[in-house]
Design a protein around this ligand. Structure first.
Ligand SMILES: CCC(=O)SCCNC(=O)CCNC(=O)[C@H](O)C(C)(C)COP(=O)(O)OP(=O)(O)OC[C@H]1O[C@@H](n2cnc3c(N)ncnc32)[C@H](O)[C@@H]1OP(=O)(O)O
Length: 300
């Protein structure tokens, strides 16, 4: 009995490690040493990344370091990775809202940390660490929303692009300030921005470190909607209500929808088609499909 349980535990752990590897971009073969950079990042503490999973299948991820406009300290980067792992293992999940504490989104990486790891090796490892985490975030089978209040600057702007949708509150601003810091995006925000707004607009936003308010973001297709409220709790309620139009329904179907779109977004066409076939197989003849066949709804 104990041996069977142990074997089962080992199998589950191995499966999780393999899944994380498959969903990540970098490993040892790329000269990436995850344990080394995690140890380094742990030296720079402060703030937290909080996750609450609600019964409606929507999770709320809060960037919590309001003293520094929710800038990412080292421990927050590590905590973000842990929360993403938790979300990968949340089988009832359908949606995710990412927001910042204290009426603002995130001012990027903590400049005190940036200064301490300004050598090339640490910088490249931090870049690979954050790309791995944000790529796994983007690939979650959850429909995700960045709720942008106040400012989303630098790495904060990059984080918004790892979500499926961006909702902005009145007066909020997304700004890729990297150029003014003598940098380019390194958390994957450049590549994702090109796919969201196209290369011309991305060049304008990155090359000019442009301020993007709700109106311009809507015009560019960077944001979906300007919410009516700028106040934290109200805006969160409005974001929840907006997201629920896509997360209503059985978890397996909502997750399948996200997986089909994620495959179409990332894979070459033939691979995406094959993946779509696999995902189709998980819902065809499933409970929601059979119930619908009994109900025979008219889609008027
Ligand atoms: C991945 C690459 C990156 O992310 S590089 C980092 C890019 N981000 C930045 O350069 C943001 C720098 N900060 C700013 O421009 C301003 O603080 C912004 C965000 C516009 C907010 O301005 P304002 O509303 O006037 O507030 P403030 O400047 O008084 O800030 C409040 C306190 O927060 C701090 N803060 C802000 N951002 C960061 C940051 N990224 N790292 C470290 N600290 C940050 C400010 O220094 C200020 O602290 P203090 O009150 O002076 O002790």
């Amino acid at each position: 009995m104990a041996l069977a349980l142990w074997k089962n535990f080992l199998q589950i752990t191995l499966k999780r490690i393999l899944q994380q590897r498959r969903l990540s971009l970098y490993n040892g073969a790329h000269g990436y040493d995850e344990e080394l950079i995690k140890k380094k990042l742990q030296q720079f503490s402060g703030g937290s990344i909080n996750l609450s999973k609600e019964d409606n299948g929507i999770a709320i991820l809060t960037l919590n370091n309001p003293k520094l406009m929710n800038a990412f300290t080292g421990t927050m980067m590590v905590e973000l990775q842990e929360r993403v792992t938790e979300l990968e293992n949340w089988k009832d999940g359908k949606g995710l809202i990412i927001h910042g504490a204290g009426n603002t989104f995130c001012s990027g990486s903590d400049l005190n940390v940036v200064k301490e790891i300004s050598n090339s090796q640490d910088g490249m490892n931090m870049c690979m660490f954050m790309q791995n985490t944000l790529t796994r975030l983007m690939r979650l089978p959850l429909i995700s929303v960045a709720l942008v209040q106040g400012k989303a600057f630098g790495g904060g702007a990059e984080l918004t692009t790892a979500c499926d949708f961006r909702l902005m509150t009145p007066g909020s601003e997304i700004r890729f300030v990297h150029k003014h810091m003598g940098l380019v995006p390194g958390w994957g925000g450049g590549a994702r921005l090109v796919r969201i707004v196209g290369s011309g607009a991305a060049l304008q936003l990155l090359g000019g470190a442009a301020r993007v308010g709700p109106e311009r973001a809507l015009g560019l297709g960077l944001a979906e909607l300007t919410l009516p409220s700028a106040e934290e709790a109200r805006a969160l309620g409005e974001a929840r209500a907006w997201l629920s139009q896509y997360t209503d329904g059985p978890a397996d179907v909502v997750r399948a929808v996200k997986k089909v779109v994620a495959a179409g977004r990332e894979l070459p066409l033939e691979d995406a088609l094959r993946t779509e076939k696999e995902i189709f197989g998980t819902v065809w003849g499933g409970p929601a499909n059979l119930q619908a066949l009994v109900r025979r709804p008219k889609h008027k």
